[in-house]
Design a protein around this ligand. Sequence first.
Ligand code: ZN
Ligand code: CU
Length: 488
Amino acid sequence: MSTRDTLIRNARVFDGSGNSEKVADVAICGDRITAIGPRLALNAATSIEAEGLALAPGFIDVHTHDDLYVIRHPEMLPKISQGVTTVIVGNCGISAAPAKLNGRLPDPMNLLGEAGQFRYPAFSTYVDAIREAQPAVNVAALVGHTALRNDQMDRLDRAATQAEILAMRAQLQDALDHGALGLSTGLAYLSANSAPSEEVMELAQPLAAAGAIYATHMRTESDAILDAMNEAFATGSSARVPVVVSHLKCAGIANWGRSGEVLHALVAARGTQPIGCDCYPYAAGSSTLDLRQVDERVKIAITWSTPHPEVAGRTLAEIAAQWQITQLEAARRLQPAGAIYHSISEEDMRRILRHPATMIGSDGLPNDPRPHPRLWGTFPRVLGRYCREEKLFSLTQAIHKMTGMPARRFGLAGRGLIREGCYADLTLFDPEKVEDTATFDNPIQPSRGIAGVWVNGTLAYNSQGLTSQRGGRFVPRGKSNGFEPSGF
Ligand code: ZN
Ligand code: CU
């Protein structure tokens, strides 16, 4: 061993595979885990006594919108402070690359950043920018369907022509050749809602040969959710690729209590094709302010508004009352704007969160001045509130949902497991104390109980906060998951 090496002693090691824990020492040499075992007889430059603490593979945030934030804020405090070592960007149909904008920043691409920050017309230029930024966390990327539409189409309120689909497909193929994980869609948004299933199916053709996947923010998450799920599954089976249903939920008061039938449909389809989903541990969603989701019975908090920045943090009901207009009219005047919708039932969310098909994804919005607390709190909240306190699942299962399961599904080779030879992406935490502190009223708060976070062997965060080192890399797609339903 050399001066760069670290030995973590006597930790409760959760290897990420879903197998039960073992007390062991773990040795890090360079960017790799080099030894695991009880009482390793090694001398390392740094030795850490971890008795009573849990050591897990670094958490993988499968659903993020950190595409541009990770370049502008490479220290990535909202994520590294949760024990996250890899973020998957490019979800919900929106990605920083390949994006040309053509003078237009359609909703919801504005969630990622301002027009001037989109500088990656080719996927490879984005990869270069990540390498140059040297972020604290690893970055793996999906390609957004809406970004491709915006690159190739004069307007987004129609279906793409055959020629446009071919042009988008060439961009997708180029991104796959440079390590993209797959394709994402955001069919619920107006910028992609006019795309018929056939457009996505034809665009998705190159995915299978590349061993890539399809992730979707479905056409709807409310009344017609079962139809939307069927559309997602049909797209996956036509392209012969695995499907990840993004932030699975039953949105809107009329749909509370439907998680049972939704999960039943998911399980039935999993019998014949590979399907998974992700979920964030909150009973509220957040995105741009959508007039179709304004419902006087639902509490809606405004997170930002371009014409009225002063209202950030207030509810739509308060704003409408002050302006003496309806909430719908107030929502119109606030556009473009962002919102938090308290439109999910806690019971449904818990049922989806604990389902064995479900991974953890924050869906955090790092550019919001008053973000949904999921940005800072998702992973500690799953470990503290939902695992330790509510006992929705064992700690072994909770960690598996954040590590081994997503690494296998997204093809992140050498990550998500504590094994000799794997990358030393590791999170050390106190399972008795780990907790989120970010709230809807006070959302920018690092969690408690995270003792050490290593990314490719570099200690990026500890109980004192950020170290001055960053070890993150661009992570290209690894080996194919194939189209086998079993084991996805
Ligand atoms: Zn989404
Ligand atoms: Cu999202």
